[in-house]
Design a binder for this molecule. Structure first.
Ligand SMILES: Nc1ncnc2c1ncn2[C@@H]1O[C@H](COP(=O)(O)OP(=O)(O)OP(=O)(O)O)[C@@H](O)[C@H]1O
Ligand SMILES: [Mg+2]
Length: 458
């Protein structure tokens, strides 16, 4: 195997030579005496290991130049393992170097056997991290088809996706905003026999009603002002693949009729066209709106609803997925740290707790955005609740009485049930296994009202 590369940075040539002699058998060594040479070499060669003397010209008597170089080294590649060599009296500098991301430090005069051990271990850690980075870049992670999660609820979801994908049935994916409905739709496609066909998505809520019809069904040349050429619609583009109708609840009634006809007959006509075009595609629709209400109010057709929801998949909100929020947070943290070459390496215990207890109204999308912003903005190497713009979870009082603990527990359960059911007291009571009246009484006792149950958690 190739020897790992080691860059020695020291302004004293004797020390450079001494280290070179001692380490030459195990490492491919390059030794330099100045910041400029060091950076030039690093950019060219990216050695995994560096030994760095902090006292470098033009300031050989203090650590400013060395610490600045340390930062530059890590901004070239965050995984570089830098072992700082310092004078005996410079413990503060050594600690400050560690805080900035150095791997380890040693006092001068260097004890060579110890340095060898440190470097050996550093090379090993580097190799592991490099491997990990490679896997992440290939997108291999825990979870399923890019949907990350290890909770029981998500395992069940993955299982459902697999089974549904094997059939050709229409699927309706239901869940709060940001829970990953589009990822689920894509996973169904890539797990199905249609995986080599196109996956065509259209967001029914994002396109003005006047344009939506031709966007979906296409049009013939001259069918309306501005239709200069014939154009295929999204439904036609999904031929042989999967058509993903996002925010289906936003589809205007006039188009609901047309869509239903397509689902029943597997044929469409372009706007302004007479020819009937046979189509073969799988339809997956998604909604975060409460379609039941739309059905009751007559703004969504029942016959279309039944056609679209032969199978319904519920994507659970993040707050119900046990440890997934923390797990996802960690995954996003490593992803963005690598992408942005940031120095943040971990979540503090307080940040974990805040992530666990927060209500996540915007679900995974919100979590991803908060982590991304924090990775860019954070000052330290460990993320705090403040970096995520979350307040620290209140520390559990050590002297809670049993009665207080019980009340807190009960209040939380009620809040969660109300949030889950969008403030529907009857359903929340059912879920909690108590009567409506009992739930009303408890809500009164804990000062929760229907909407507050939800708002308070957010
Ligand atoms: N389990 C997950 N693992 C990894 N990334 C996820 C997961 N769930 C969601 N995401 C990411 O969160 C973002 C939102 O996901 P997606 O667009 O699928 O949500 P949605 O349910 O369709 O939301 P909306 O209803 O607002 O359209 C995307 O960037 C997606 O990649
Ligand atoms: Mg979506």
């Amino acid at each position: 195997m190739d020897k790992p590369g080691l860059l020695i940075v020291d302004d004293e040539s004797e020390i450079r030579e001494q280290l070179r002699c001692a380490l030459d058998d195990d490492y491919t060594i390059h030794a330099v005496g100045t910041t400029r040479e060091a950076l030039a070499y690093l950019k060219r060669d990216r050695p995994p290991l560096v030994t760095l003397d902090l006292g470098l010209p033009p300031h050989p008597d203090d650590a400013t130049e060395g610490l600045a170089l340390l930062e530059s080294i890590l901004s070239v590649d965050r995984l570089t393992k830098v072992v700082v060599l310092t004078g005996n009296s410079e413990r503060a500098n050594a600690l400050s170097a560690i805080q900035r991301g150095a791997y380890d430090y040693m006092n001068k005069p260097v004890h060579l056997e110890t340095l060898k051990l440190i470097l050996q271990r550093a090379a090993y850690v580097h190799q592991l991290e490099q491997e990990n980075r490679r896997l992440q870049q290939q997108g291999i992670q825990d979870g399923f088809q890019g949907i990350i999660g290890t909770s029981g609820l998500m395992d069940r979801l993955f299982d459902t996706i697999r089974r549904v994908a094997a059939s050709d049935l229409a699927v309706l994916v239901v869940g709060e905003s940001g829970t990953g409905k589009e990822l689920v739709a894509r996973a169904i496609h890539t797990q199905s026999v249609r995986k080599d066909g196109p996956f065509v998505a259209i967001n029914c809520g994002a396109i003005p009603e006047t344009l939506l019809e031709s966007e979906l069904f296409g049009h013939e040349k001259g069918s309306f002002t501005g239709a200069h050429v014939q154009r295929k619609g999204r439904i036609e583009m999904a031929q042989g693949g999967t058509l993903f109708l996002d925010e289906i609840g936003e589809l205007p009634l006039s188009l609901q009729v047309k869509l239903l006809r397509f689902l029943q007959e597997q044929k469409i006509e372009r706007v302004g066209g007479r020819e009937s075009i046979p189509l073969d595609s799988r339809v997956v629709a998604a909604t975060n709106a409460n379609l039941t209400e739309a059905l009751e109010h007559g703004t969504f057709r029942k016959d279309l609803f039944y056609r679209l929801s032969v199978v319904q998949i519920q994507v659970p909100p993040l707050r119900e997925r046990d440890e997934d929020a923390v797990y996802l947070a960690q995954t996003f943290l490593s992803r963005y740290r690598d992408q942005l070459n940031a120095r943040v390496t971990a979540l503090s215990d307080e940040a974990r707790e805040a992530i666990r207890t927060y209500h996540w109204p915007g679900n995974v999308r919100e979590l991803e955005n908060r982590i991304k912003r924090a990775v860019v903005m954070a000052h330290g190497t460990t993320l705090q609740p403040g970096d995520l713009e979350l307040s620290a979870a209140p520390a559990p009082g050590p002297y809670l009485t049993l009665r207080e603990a019980r009340s807190q527990f009960e209040k939380n359960l009620i809040r969660q049930a109300l949030a889950r059911t969008n403030g529907n007291v009857t359903r929340a009571a059912e879920e909690l296994g108590i009567s409506r009246q009992a739930l009303h009484e408890s809500m009164h006792k804990y000062g929760l009202d229907k909407s507050k149950g939800i708002a308070e958690l957010q």
